[in-house]
Design a protein around this ligand. Sequence first.
Ligand SMILES: CC(C)(COP(=O)(O)OP(=O)(O)OC[C@H]1O[C@@H](n2cnc3c(N)ncnc32)[C@H](O)[C@@H]1OP(=O)(O)O)[C@@H](O)C(=O)NCCC(=O)NCCS
Length: 200
Amino acid sequence: MLDTNIYPKIDLYTYQKEAKLKDGTKVLFRPMVAEDQGALYEFFKAISREEVRYLRDDVRSRLVVEKWAKNLDYGKTLPILVLKDDVIIADATINRRKFGWKWHLGTVRIFVHKDYRNVGLGRMILQELSHIAYRLGIEKLVAEIPEVNESALITFKKEGFNLEACIPNMVKDRENMPMDLVVMIKNIKPPHDESYDYDF
Ligand SMILES: CC(C)(COP(=O)(O)OP(=O)(O)OC[C@H]1O[C@@H](n2cnc3c(N)ncnc32)[C@H](O)[C@@H]1OP(=O)(O)O)[C@@H](O)C(=O)NCCC(=O)NCCS
């Protein structure tokens, strides 16, 4: 099990980071809090039907966002918001399991508002998620992306995620059409086994 004493720490309750996009826009990264529920709903409401097809959850549903806000548990799902002048312009999550054989993995999802694409924000988010993951002791970040989502595949590849598998007809879009699913993985740190006791 993870020895938290040997990893650099991150306090998710005080974490925030200011950054500047390629076009000079100043943005703020911080974890979502319950009070963000309304703003996050507005953010996702603006997503087109076409893009919702490629997402795991129907994020345009008020109930889905409400459930997230009510059940915040950063140890399980860490939602990172990016804001410009207090308005949400991107949302990202790292999902983890606290126990079991996947405790060292983090599953990543990101969504950048269409008005803020192609100015480096997607890549900046993936870099920031990698820093956070390192400080949480996560060894690998995993992304599951429909094969038709070319922009996402390119963005993740540019940030060090390798294509590890493509599983045919694995997921379905909102019209129940099957899509191939690509699994991409980024190694964050080597497997940690120094404190492992070979006591068989
Ligand atoms: C995928 C996504 C996050 C990218 O965000 P973004 O802010 O536009 O990304 P960036 O501006 O950092 O650009 C990513 C890089 O990929 C390149 N790129 C992206 N789409 C491309 C395409 N279709 N063809 C060629 N290059 C492409 C960009 O040119 C850029 O390269 P550069 O840094 O060398 O200039 C954004 O399109 C999005 O939110 N999509 C909807 C949600 C989604 O698909 N999430 C991913 C699954 S979890």
